[in-house]
Design a protein. Structure first.
Length: 231
């Protein structure tokens, strides 16, 4: 091991600094979605060669750990942004089908496999009225995008759904069929604006169903009245 008296560092420490700087620069490029592929490969190659040849294994492993944490942080930020975008999309929904589309598009990449909705005050409509949600044996409404199904999930997160008018719509349960890998998400992001926007969207969808049902009843009554007059 060589020692530079003027700077007070060893050659190993010097190599460690260079490798750290190289991986740090690579991480910044990745975080900002840089497209300079050649530059990324060059920095990766230099950092790897220096690290493997002149650093101890523990030091090189620590560099990889730092890079993994930075990559995971990027995933968390991306997932949080996706949840916020979903809140905006839910503000435009008033039917169950687009609501389910937004939930699948947002929650599937994060690692969820489906949702279960439980209404506090069921409105008595037929299960087909809530398509693509499926009615469960306990009266809940299930929507899954997992090919393996969502029977006996090992991981669930239940959220109460309350609208802007403080009306308790019911509950949503987020379902995961695997609990081996941690979610790249702070679950608190689901309990704020996203939860309220979903509650409001579901309430609008139910109101739309009720209005449509009342319209059918009114039309039927009118037809019967016209028929009676003709007789």
């Amino acid at each position: 091991m060589l020692y530079d008296a003027a700077r007070g560092i060893t050659d190993q420490q010097h190599s460690f600094s260079i490798a750290t700087a190289g991986f740090g620069f690579l991480s910044l490029v990745l975080l900002h979605k840089g497209t300079a592929i050649a530059l990324v490969l060059a920095v990766t190659g230099i950092g790897t060669l220096i690290g493997v040849q002149q650093l101890r294994y523990q030091e090189f492993a620590e560099l990889l750990s730092v890079l993994q944490r930075l990559t995971r942080h990027r995933e968390i930020v991306a997932n949080h942004l996706a949840v916020r975008h979903a809140s905006d999309s839910l503000n435009e929904c008033n039917e169950f089908h687009p609501i389910c589309q937004v939930l699948q598009r947002t929650l599937r990449p994060i690692g969820f496999d489906g949702i279960r909705l439980q209404m506090l005050n069921p409105n008595g409509f037929s299960p087909s009225s809530f398509h693509p949600l499926r009615s469960g044996p306990d009266g809940s409404l299930l929507y899954s995008w997992s090919q393996c199904g969502v029977v006996d999930p090992p991981w669930e997160l239940r959220l109460e759904l309350v609208t802007n008018s403080h009306s308790r719509w019911g509950y949503m349960t987020l379902i995961r069929m695997s609990d081996g890998e941690a979610l790249a998400l702070d679950v608190n992001v689901l309990t704020d604006e996203f939860r309220t926007c979903l509650s409001n969207a579901l309430d609008r969808a139910c109101t739309r169903l009720e209005a449509s049902d009342q319209g059918h009843h009114a039309q039927r009554s009118h037809e019967l009245a016209v028929g009676s007059s003709a007789d």
